[in-house]
Design a protein around this ligand. Structure first.
Ligand code: CA2
Length: 146
């Protein structure tokens, strides 16, 4: 089983700024924890971060033929990107949306997600655990369908 893990814009800054909102871990540390859990589950993960909407969309398209599912933190594109939502809908891979912070207890504009309607589910507010719970969720979902 192969899962593509996508991180959206500015998540490369994790660990350096706003630790009170996003935690103190760097993106590298988050990716290591994801890889450790993936190894335990026997899943192959590919992680990718971009600040560019087009690059994220290109990765989603490539995943259509190389991966079984997508775990995505679209970051600010969550709230703006019809293009990312359309790409996810087009490839029709099982997708889980994750957020470090609880997007429902912050500014009103963060409560709307363009991605949520094309995802199996959304996990928000648990920091690193959002990614780890998300990986377990997509793994279990895909395993059921195999
Ligand atoms: O809570 C999340 O995971 C978010 O997806 C993070 C996005 C935000 O726009 C979403 O509403 C919720 C922001 C990522 C920015 O990451 C930074 C990390 C360190 C310093 C500054 C920004």
């Amino acid at each position: 089983m192969k899962i593509l893990v996508l991180h959206g814009p500015n998540l490369n800054l994790l660990g350096s700024r706003e630790p009170e909102v996003y935690g103190a871990l760097t993106l590298g540390e988050i990716n290591s924890a994801i890889s450790t859990l993936a190894h335990e589950l026997g899943v192959e993960v590919m992680t990718f971060q971009s600040n560019s909407e087009g690059e994220l969309i290109d990765r989603i398209h490539s995943a259509a033929v190389t991966c079984d599912g997508i775990l995505i933190n679209p970051a600010a594109y969550t709230h703006t990107s019809v293009a990312i939502r359309d790409a996810l809908a087009a490839v029709a891979l099982p997708t889980v949306e994750v957020h470090l912070s609880n997007i429902h207890r912050r500014e009103e504009f963060r409560t709307r997600s363009f991605v949520a309607p094309v995802a199996i589910g959304q996990i928000s507010g648990f920091g690193l655990d959002s990614y780890l719970l998300g990986l377990r969720a997509i793994f279990n979902h895909i395993k059921k369908g195999l």
